[in-house]
Design a protein around this ligand. Structure first.
Ligand SMILES: *Cc1c(COP(=O)(O)O)cnc(C)c1O
Length: 388
């Protein structure tokens, strides 16, 4: 019996040729392909600047730093995300806190956000940055989040790791209209891949410049950005900040550039797979993913909610039985603050009840570009066997 993963990359011959041609070229890293990938991605999204890095985790870290997050600052995100969205704030020495989600979309609840902001204003603990996550590829309510950011004076980083190519109100996610910075991930389970990789996009020249410094040791080669001293002391570069080595290689960028050409086709296919699931699964005691009218989801994930009161099985049994049948379902996500590390920071069970409830009812079933009709039908059949 073959195993059906919950997500996987799709690499074709042109992807392979793009990478091998870099291998035969002069530069494996810091050559011409990284800037080519950046400008192709910026124009795809419709923004001025894109800064490539070696993962979305690094992207989130330098995005926080570029917005000035440091010791004494507070950053908010949701519990229903990968740990990296929260860890980024901790890397900067800031304090992290969590806003509960909306159970219909699994995205940040605008009501919870607005209530929490009102409280924080009273206790003078307003966040410097809020990181909404476009869960499964469907946009958060960015209009509302943007107006709250103006009212309470916080910055916004969109974690769009699931959502490259998705749209909100007819425009690409990441257009820099509702936020300061947007982050994408190119990990192999995401929509397009570079092996490991990430990107930050923005319309702010100043932020883009800061991000470029931070991804490469804080070093500048531009004489204008160097600290002026005796001209005799200025050589080819200066370190002006404490940065990191978060650079993407040309090998990765070549794969990214080639995958970017296939992105729209990937999303059309993911949406077909999702619609097929919608039509096949509605008879089961589950809730299928909600689709908001103003969103075009990239369907990075397809998360079903078990109506446990209508079945004689627990979430654990369903999860185990599907996996035993070779359908590698997954969980998105264990609330971040329920991780042992976060519990040691003082977070307790029950802190964000909606996130905990969603987690205990949800299972993520296979969805990816190369999922064959045959395998998808096997997923459906297995779900009927396990759930009916
Ligand atoms: C995958 C993911 C990340 C981290 O991406 P990497 O590129 O693996 O570092 C961050 N946030 C979310 C929501 C993700 O799904």
């Amino acid at each position: 019996m073959s195993i059906i993963p919950y997500g996987r990359q799709d690499i074709n011959q042109s992807d392979i040729e793009a990478v091998t041609s870099v291998l035969k070229s002069d530069f494996l890293t810091q050559g011409p392909i990284v800037p080519a990938f950046e400008s192709a991605l910026a124009s795809y999204v419709g923004v001025k600047y894109a800064v490539a890095v070696n993962s979305a985790t690094s992207a989130l870290h330098i995005a926080c730093l570029a917005l000035g997050v440091g010791k004494g600052d507070i950053v908010w995100t949701v519990p229903n995300t990968f740990v990296a969205s929260a860890n980024a704030a901790l890397y900067c020495g800031a304090t992290i806190d969590f806003v509960d989600i909306d159970t219909s979309t699994f995205n940040i609840s605008v009501q919870s956000l607005s209530d929490k902001l009102e409280q924080a204003k009273k206790s003078r603990t307003l966040p410097k940055v809020v990181i909404p996550v476009h869960f499964a590829g469907q946009s958060c309510d960015m209009d509302e989040i943007h107006s709250l950011s103006k009212r309470y004076g916080f910055k916004v980083i969109e974690d769009a790791s699931h959502a490259i190519g998705a749209k909100y109100q007819g425009e690409s996610i990441g257009i820099s209209k509702y936020s300061d910075l947007t982050v994408f991930s190119f990990h192999p389970v995401k929509i397009i891949t570079t092996g490991e990789g990430g990107m930050v996009v923005t319309n702010s020249e100043e932020l883009a410049k800061q991000l470029r410094l931070l991804r490469s040791h804080g070093i500048t080669y531009e004489s204008l950005d160097m600290e002026s001293r005796n001209p005799q002391e200025i050589w080819n570069y200066q370190q002006v900040e404490l940065g990191y080595n978060y650079r993407m290689t040309d090998l990765q960028a070549a794969l990214g550039l080639s995958q970017l050409k296939r992105l729209d086709e990937f999303i059309v296919n993911r949406r077909l797979i999702a619609s097929h699931y919608d039509s096949m699964l509605h008879k089961l005691p589950i809730i299928i993913p909600r689709r908001n009218n103003d969103c075009y989801s990239s369907f990075h994930l397809y998360v079903i909610r078990l109506q446990l009161e209508k079945m004689h099985k627990t979430q654990r049994q369903v999860y185990d039985q599907l996996r035993e049948a070779g359908v590698m379902v997954n969980l998105h996500y264990i609330p971040v603050y329920r991780q042992p590390y976060y519990e040691r920071l003082g977070f307790k069970k029950g802190y964000c009840p909606q996130s905990e409830k969603c987690f205990l009812e949800s299972i993520s079933i296979p969805i990816f570009q190369s999922l064959s009709a045959e395998d998808q039908n096997r997923v459906v059949r297995t779900l009927f066997e396990v759930l009916e």
